[in-house]
Design a binder for this molecule. Sequence first.
Ligand SMILES: C[S@@+](CC[C@H](N)C(=O)[O-])C[C@H]1O[C@@H](n2cnc3c(N)ncnc32)[C@H](O)[C@@H]1O
Length: 303
Amino acid sequence: MTPSHVPVMVAEVLDALPLRPGGVAVDGTLGLGGHAVEMAARLAPGGLIVGLDWDETMRERGEARVRQVEDVDVRTYHADYRELPERLALACHEVGRPVGADAVLLDLGLNNTQIEDPTRGITFREEGPLDMRMDRSRGETAAEWLNRAPAREIEDCLFSLGDERWARKIAQVIVDRRRTRPLATTTDLVDCVLAAIPTAKRDKRLHPATRTFQAVRIEVNRELEELGDAVARIARVLNRGGVLVALSYHSGEDRAVKTAFRDLAKEGGFETLTKKPLVPTEAEVRANPKSRSAKMRALRRVN
Ligand SMILES: C[S@@+](CC[C@H](N)C(=O)[O-])C[C@H]1O[C@@H](n2cnc3c(N)ncnc32)[C@H](O)[C@@H]1O
């Protein structure tokens, strides 16, 4: 599989992060290392780059890429970014540095390689097992959750995480169908959505299953759970003058980041560098349409 993920808003991210030779940076969502490799290059010589990804395949591939940068210490972990403070402490300890980071990046959400891999069951465009987990070493698959959750819980998920107007009907179809045959593949879920939304009412620009797949994926991976608390804990690993940048692709994510940044700034010791989120330029969206929903926010530690 060749890397196919195009990193988003790279110039804006690098511009916001104080990266200098000998400094420390953390990429909490390493992916294929598109941002991390650029960050690492700016830390050489003598810097430390720490990378985390809860998808072991991504961690391996991201690490291989970042290791191409010379004269920088590299430490990567198969871990949730909610464990970032502990992993940073470990990495700093291993290389004999005081614990703290000058720059932290959270590029939330999914990597294109993950979306396009049919064995993960994230895309509705191809048949695959209805899994959707990004960390396949633990947790419930989408099929397991959809085959056991009460209709009301499925409806709430589709409505609040996918803005799906047909949430109730889709949940009903899922619960009816699983009685005779449990859902097993992405096609099973697509069929439920198609059975629930009348053809005449479908949005012509968006595949009818788009919202349902997004919502179930966020639920299965608990992508929004404790995001605000995690951001607040992560911000505290910054050295004075250090900056945390978060890239979000979903309104729920951006809201959690915005609220966490605002609360930290109110408490004191931090300032938000982006009153409004930055968005990709038109040229970037033209070149990489998948960047269109990105929102970037930055926070600096002032003392
Ligand atoms: C948008 S991609 C990052 C792409 C990366 N910046 C690049 O340029 O290649 C997001 C990555 O974060 C990982 N991820 C998402 N949520 C995570 C979490 N809670 N903890 C650790 N990694 C996470 C995903 O597995 C994915 O590889």
